[in-house]
Unconditional design. Structure first.
Ligand SMILES: Nc1ncnc2c1ncn2[C@@H]1O[C@H](COP(=O)(O)OP(=O)(O)OP(=O)(O)O)[C@@H](O)[C@H]1O
Length: 225
């Protein structure tokens, strides 16, 4: 089943800066898609279009056959409850603790989690973050904050994971661990879309690679079913 069909999507930022130029590809359920390309190629913009922080200037995005242009804000809020998004700039609340940041996200996802405290601490333990659970996010290192952003997204057990440069602040060992966790998640039938130019990830052969250059996809790209 197709999760996303991206059809000739163009994005122009004001006043006139074309970042994506007729980009087309499909994402199937269970895919592990790695979007790569140089700085400024448009990777973050493309992900923002998928999670609807931005709208395309032209073209259409279909999610499970529903065209985005026909969906309203309420539909997107509902969809995003089942998605895990890892933002390049983390988007954590610095004055709240690690535990509170994750708990708020879990509550917003409306997933019923029995023993929520145990559940969160268990996840944090897996990422070697249990000792930081009750520290304010602003007291953590950049890499630790990045890991909190990852835990916050995957603890929801989302059907789709969208990750924007999730390992930029991590050492190679941590990067391999994170990718292993993403792979386990994919093996459970979930879909992963990851933007990165991290050579460690690219060498791991974790998934299908799509390369963006100056707003266009280059190489072999599947654009129809
Ligand atoms: N809101 C915006 N308004 C205007 N220009 C923007 C906006 N967001 C991004 N851009 C520009 O669009 C281009 C693509 O940015 P984008 O963040 O999508 O690239 P990227 O491939 O993710 O880069 P990086 O690898 O550095 O994260 C950049 O030149 C950027 O300056």
């Amino acid at each position: 089943m197709e999760i996303f069909v991206i059809e000739k999507v163009t994005k122009v930022y004001n006043p006139y800066f074309k970042v994506l130029d007729e980009v087309s590809f499909i994402v199937k359920e269970g895919d592990f898609l790695i979007l790569t390309g140089p700085t400024g190629a448009g990777k973050t913009t493309l992900l923002k279009l998928l999670y609807r922080e931005e709208k395309p200037t032209d073209g259409e995005i279909f999610y499970k056959n529903f065209p985005y242009s026909k969906l309203n804000k309420r539909h997107f809020l509902h969809l995003r409850r089942n998605w895990g998004i890892i933002f390049q700039d983390y988007k954590l609340i610095p004055d709240l603790t690690v535990f509170e940041n994750i708990k708020i996200s879990l509550i917003l996802s409306q997933k019923k989690v029995p023993k929520i405290k145990f559940h969160i601490l268990n996840y944090l333990e897996r990422f070697n973050l249990a000792a930081k659970a009750f520290k304010k996010v602003k007291e953590l290192s950049g890499g630790e904050q990045q890991k909190v952003g990852i835990v916050r997204a995957i603890i929801r057990d989302p059907e789709l994971l969208i990750a924007d440069e999730p390992t930029g602040n991590l050492d190679p060992e941590s990067i391999r661990e994170i990718i292993k966790i993403f792979q386990e998640y994919q093996q459970a039938g979930k879909t992963v879309i990851l933007a990165t130019h991290d050579p460690v990830i690219l060498q791991l052969n974790a998934g299908k690679i799509l390369r963006l250059e100056q707003g266009r996809l280059v190489g072999n790209v599947q654009t129809s079913c």
